[in-house]
Design a protein around this ligand. Structure first.
Ligand SMILES: [Zn+2]
Length: 258
């Protein structure tokens, strides 16, 4: 099993653990691999260091989250470009657009920062981890600017079926990640999204420390809960859990190249 998207330094901190070993010791299960995402300037070094300490079970993505768009600068960009050639770096992300709530950076700034990071990732041949939340309309034209075949993980998909169909039809090498959000009783529409995505384009993730799945709601989410997400995806796709694990793990390794 692979948790294809999580934030382990935040998870360790939020859970009050001394280190990753202590967090793992508290978990019933743990996936063989995690893809850790550092997407704020203050988190990038922590993410890289944690991954370097666990090269046999971790890979990392770094980028600047749309809610952090104001922190993007030439200097940050140079740092990210440098990290792209790190042997454990598998992607640029999570990057994209987020228009959820009132307290978000100006859309024009988000678009500019997203476009710059898209262009650099594409130029360097890196996979993109995409965060797109309540921003379907401005997101689509940016995705259309990407070169054909660009590898992209549409992470934590919680949007509608229409946008999902549109992005799946783009000439991109795009996979869709599902999180604990699909296990919440009220989210039947999200479970129906699972049915739209072909098996060979599905990833499972926790986005820990957020979105702990049923039956762990209210707890700090961690990568061990990815099995609960995968079980719901397997049910919806009508395949045994071990088959879903095999397919989603292969999809993750192919998309992220490890
Ligand atoms: Zn995330």
């Amino acid at each position: 099993m692979i948790d294809s998207h999580c934030h382990l330094p935040w998870t360790i901190e939020k859970g009050g653990f001394a280190d990753l070993e202590a967090l793992k010791a508290s978990a019933e299960r743990w996936p063989e691999w995690t893809v850790d995402c550092g997407c704020e300037t203050g988190e990038i070094d922590k993410t890289v260091a944690l991954c370097e300490a666990h090269p046999d079970s971790m890979r990392f993505a770094v980028g600047i989250h749309p809610l952090e768009a104001k922190s993007y600068s030439d200097e940050v960009e140079r740092k990210l470009v440098g990290l792209m050639s790190h042997p454990l770096c598998v992607a640029w992300g999570e990057i994209g657009l987020d228009l959820h709530g009132d307290d978000v950076p100006d859309l024009a700034l988000q678009v500019e920062v997203c476009r710059r990071q898209f262009a650099k990732a594409a130029e360097l041949g890196k996979t993109i981890t995409l965060h797109a939340r309540e921003a379907d309309e401005p997101m689509l034209p940016l995705l259309k600017e990407l070169p054909a075949g660009q590898k992209l993980h549409l992470h934590c998909y919680t949007g509608g079926a229409e946008f999902l169909r549109e992005v799946l039809a783009l000439p991109l090498d795009l996979c869709v990640g599902f999180t604990g959000a699909i296990t919440f009783p009220k989210n039947e529409a999200l479970r129906q999204n699972v049915e739209i995505v072909p098996l060979d384009r599905i990833l499972v993730e926790t986005d820990s420390p957020y979105l702990a799945p049923v039956p762990h709601r209210g707890k700090v989410c961690h990568p061990g809960y990815v099995f609960d997400v995968a079980r719901v995806v397997a049910e919806r796709k009508g395949v045994p859990p071990e088959e879903l694990d095999r397919i989603a793990s292969a999809n993750t390794r192919r998309l992220y190249g490890f």
